[in-house]
Design a protein around this ligand. Sequence first.
Ligand code: PLP
Length: 395
Amino acid sequence: MSDKLMDTYTPLPVSFERGEGAWLWDTCGKRYLDALSGVAVCNLGHAHPAVSKALCEQAGKLLHTSNIYKIPLQQQLAGELTRLAGMDKAFFCNSGAEANEAAIKLARLYGHQKGIKTPSIVVTSGSFHGRTMATLSATGNRKIQAGFEPLVRGFVRVEYSDLDAIRNVAKNDPDVVAVLVEPVQGEGGVRMPDDDYLPGLRTLCDEQEWLLMLDEVQTGMGRTGKMFAFQHSGITPDVMTLAKGLGNGVPVGACLARGAAASVFQPGNHATTFGGNPLVCSAALAVIETLEQQNLPAQAAELASRMLENLRNTLSESACVKEIRGKGMMFGIELDRPCSELVTRALDAGLLINVTATNVIRLLPPLILDEKEADEIVDRVCRLINEFAALDTAA
Ligand SMILES: *Cc1c(COP(=O)(O)O)cnc(C)c1O
């Protein structure tokens, strides 16, 4: 059935027919607890009534007109996002990669406007920014770049969470115009930087007149316990990108900018056909309203800290567990061995999880979990890990 699809994926042998909250049902009627949310997309869970209602109503009125015309829903969404993030302006697109493309173009144009003819952007090892040519070039993972050379130039790579390395770049490279980093590296293995990292980057960017650009494609929209992950650190970026959770499943991305960065793009510099059409904006507005009205980021953070504690307590004796990391509903359980087979083992047990960076179990449950569901995820994950450890030792 899938042989007419290009071989870009190796899908698991299951397809889902419907979902509700944190639960999915496959085509055979089997039920699964979703601890992945379509990789941080369905933050409000599946078939959320507010999102479904907004989409149905908007679909009956108007899907698309083009950015040739004013789009009031887009204006409204820009208003909400800039208010929440303390930013000034927004550009809408259709994915995380596109949001980062916009940020990269914005930074280069900012450089050219300052008279820098070959502007470069500092990026980090272990990062993930997307699969377009510029964003895979910015990505700090050779596997994602291999075979697609020549890469896009103009990126300088340093270790993640290493302020000295970036200070060193500042001393030696006059062409740098911006820094692009994730507040927590998602694909890279749920890696958190030191607490002083983002504030340190903010200070350095201010000194150098560089743009601090945060890729919040995965961490944004309540995922880490605040609406945006940068809000844990008391700083504000110049540019921030969003996508995944923004539309709860409809493709919508955004590049937000503040201060000087907000007036870099002028008519003709950047554009998209679909970006920010009435349909996706109606969904994103429903997402924001729901997150805010129910105080979901904070509520989820409370539940998540209990989950983290339970994971750490239950797995404290597990020799194969190296580290358990968590920020809000973003968890990484690092094992001492490759563990991708845990994904299928979990699937058999009716649980959806992910493994990234070969040995990190990644959990990104929906923010609407109740306590019982949260406990069930922890129980099931701990059981899987302990069974897996026993199996490997026996072999
Ligand atoms: C998923 C992701 C992207 C890419 O988003 P797409 O919508 O797949 O293009 C970029 N950056 C981060 C941090 C991501 O997690």
